[in-house]
Design a protein around this ligand. Sequence first.
Ligand code: AMP
Length: 429
Amino acid sequence: MATKIRLQAPIGMHDILPETQPFFRKVYAVANSIAQFYGFKKIDTPIVEDADLFSKGIGLGTDIIEKEMYAFRSKGGDFLALRPEFTAGMARAYIEHGMVNLPQPQKLYSYGPLFRMERPQAGRFRQFHQVDLEVFGEQDSVIDAQIIQIFYNILKELKFKNLIVEINSIGDRNCRPYYKKMLVNYFRSRESSLCSDCRRRLRYNPLRILDCKEEKCQPIKAQAPQLVDHLCEECKTHFKEVLEFLDEVEMPYRLNPYLVRGLDYYTKTVFEIYEDSEEGQKLGALVGGGRFDNLVKMLGGRDTPACGGAAGVERIVATLKERIKQENTAPVSVQKVFLAQLSDLAKRKSLRLFEEFRKAKIQIAESFGKDSLKTQLRLADKMGADYALILGQKEALEEAIIIRDMKTGRQETVKLDKIVKEMGKYLKK
Ligand code: AMP
């Protein structure tokens, strides 16, 4: 018996419908232009990688690996995973292609889909998209500040207002183990008051207790020792310098001692960027990132300091859409000209004329399947066309065509062999 296919996208995954495409295009266009301005080069890594790459890089005790990774064994017996983030794949590519031998730093960027089996909720999907930037081979604190500045500029260019950067330092392998021990001792003596997730985190990932959102854990968290007070000299200086650079470019930031982020590979700087409003807090961070000086070595490469971040495209697009709704401004139509035809002869001539517009790179729309002029003009209006070209039986016989200004209704007849050139002039006006 044939099984019935469920005619719905998988839970937490969505079609990006035609009306949403311009928003995604806009985000990618802005990201491309700003990333390239700052000297980043585009790279695409596979959507599927060895599962071990992520469990080794991101860490076994993290939510992403423990609960959220789409991992599977292929028919050939390989243990693979859909990428839950970009950084580990980028680091793998950096090692695999010997980029360590190229002039350092190597600045790479990418965008595309990622997969995490999270509980679907507002701003959180199982397939989502990020714009990701990584700098490999530079330990200077100026890079941390620059990464933050670039993401901030991308959001500014997309007309985000009231942005706020939250920033913290989570130390390195010199100072973090000592702090971790202190933290574990502190939480262990209060274990029975922690939520069940945090009791588990206490064993696998105690730093994550600091960003627990459970009401119950808040008072305990508030009294916990803070990492910034226990940084080693090197991390302290690095953090101070990052903040000074941010001051220099007048970046609005606030220190958040509870910001630890979910992944094991971070060292020193961690940051997130939010829209500083109730709505923005609800939606969650637009951008997150930090320094990861140990990752390349952990994956088998040479000791390579690195820093990067990722912006969530769906969250950005949701805000752009909301803004358009509030301002009641439709995205600008690219269909400025519509070709309407009446009669068989006109339809045949229209087909050829359409090709001439394509060669002249003038965007033009049509609805050749419709025969009523009224229907075609209504469609032109809906598309937001500035001009309709009307080719009726009479015009087709006389080798002419009518240009109709859709706003004023004014019409002018021109020779058919002049229309492409004429429209070019009209559109330049
Ligand atoms: P992360 O890779 O977790 O540091 O996330 C970086 C950014 O990606 C976040 O600030 C969000 O904007 C976005 N993001 C992360 N997870 C999701 C998700 N499940 N659905 C949609 N966006 C996400």
